[in-house]
Design a protein. Structure first.
Length: 367
């Protein structure tokens, strides 16, 4: 699967630009601030219905314009599909496939898989547990539509239960029977999410370890440990016994939203003891494992977005990524770089075709 064409109107720094891409490697070169990463974000948005870098759609609307539009043509060798995303200030976002609107945005996720490797990926190690939960939820949501639907259902009931707890706290009163009507479906969907995560980690961790050792060519023992309240067989009882604390805090204190993923190297915390090189290799391996898992389970080759990797990775790891491109595992790849000469020098040995785009603020040209 690959993206043939992309039309951007009023999207971030782009007023009205049309791109035709190569099926393998596409490299955006230009000075910092010219809009290279904005192009990657446009591709990401078309694939996943949301930006990779901010949560409010209106932030992507150019300057004082009232809307943005993204229109792309995906080719999966069997057919072409036109995907259109439109956001207007004060209105709901619309997504269309071949000019037919989706009933739900979630129906689009996973249809055109994408993986982004970006400079801030190391935040997965340095930030709190929420960043890691969000990452793995995103991986699972692309790979497994049923997980995404369960996650959306969980978030809905979770928010409703928290709102009810707040009302009870304000009135100094609790209706256990009413709370039970939320607890039962919440426990049920949590059990499904937990089972999906356990099965997923059993498939994902071997792929992750394979890619880490490929990137580092050494025998460091890396591991991911998944911890959850739901690992306790008595969790439903613990959940109900926590109602008093929930009422006091006005929010649900136990559940899948407290999950943690612990990253370790040689049995020690990666965050505390990992070197810069080890941390970078770890997060790239996370993304490559995501890529391969989606390829295996969906039968679709994800689009790979590489943002500013020539500045952030050393020559050894860059060469490993280039080896992957030449191996045929990867499909369409998009790369950004501020220095055209450097990119051309690094990518010159590739056996596959490379298409260059010189990005200047307010103008674009194929090199």
């Amino acid at each position: 699967m690959w993206l043939e064409k992309l039309h951007l109107i009023n999207f971030k720094s782009y007023e009205d630009n049309l791109f035709s891409f190569g099926s393998r490697v596409n490299c955006f070169v230009g000075p910092n601030g010219s809009g290279k990463t904005n192009l990657l974000d446009a591709i990401y948005t078309l694939s996943l219905t949301k930006s990779a870098f901010h949560s409010q759609d209106a932030l992507a609307i150019r300057n004082d314009d009232i809307f943005f539009l993204l229109d792309g043509t995906f080719n999966d060798s069997l057919r072409r599909t036109q995907i259109t995303c439109s956001v207007q200030r004060g209105h709901r976002k619309t997504f269309m496939a071949d000019k037919k609107a989706y009933d739900k945005l979630s129906d689009h996720i996973g249809q055109f898989p994408v993986v982004l490797i970006a400079p801030d990926d190391t935040d997965l190690v340095r930030d709190g547990s929420e960043a890691r939960r969000k990452f793995f939820d995103g991986v699972l949501s692309q790979a497994d539509p049923s997980y995404l639907q369960n996650l959306l259902q969980y978030n809905k009931i979770f928010a409703q239960r928290n709102a009810l707890l707040k009302i009870f706290a304000e009135r100094n009163y609790i209706d256990h029977d009413l709370l039970e009507t939320y607890d039962q479906p919440l426990l049920a969907v949590m059990a499904q999410l937990y089972a999906s995560k356990i099965a997923f980690m059993n498939r994902y961790i071997p792929l992750f370890k394979k890619h880490y050792h490929f990137l580092c060519s050494n025998q460091e023992d890396v591991h991911i440990t998944y911890n959850s309240d739901l690992s306790n067989p008595e969790f439903p009882i613990d959940f109900k016994n926590n109602r008093t604390q929930d009422l006091y805090a006005q929010r649900t204190g136990k559940g899948i939203h407290k999950d943690e993923f612990i990253f370790a190297i040689d049995g020690m915390s990666l965050k505390k003891f990992g070197s810069q090189g080890q941390i970078k290799s770890f997060v790239v391996a996370l993304k490559l494992a995501q890529f391969e898992l989606m390829l295996i389970e969906q039968g679709k080759t994800p689009i790979l977005l590489l943002d500013d990797i020539f500045d952030k990775l050393d020559e050894f790891r860059i060469q490993k990524l280039l080896d992957l491109i030449d191996s045929g595992l990867l499909g369409q790849v998009f790369i950004t770089d501020a220095r055209k000469e450097r990119s051309m020098g690094i990518l010159a040995p590739l056996k596959t075709a490379v298409t260059y785009f010189e990005i200047q603020k307010n103008s674009t040209a194929a090199v």
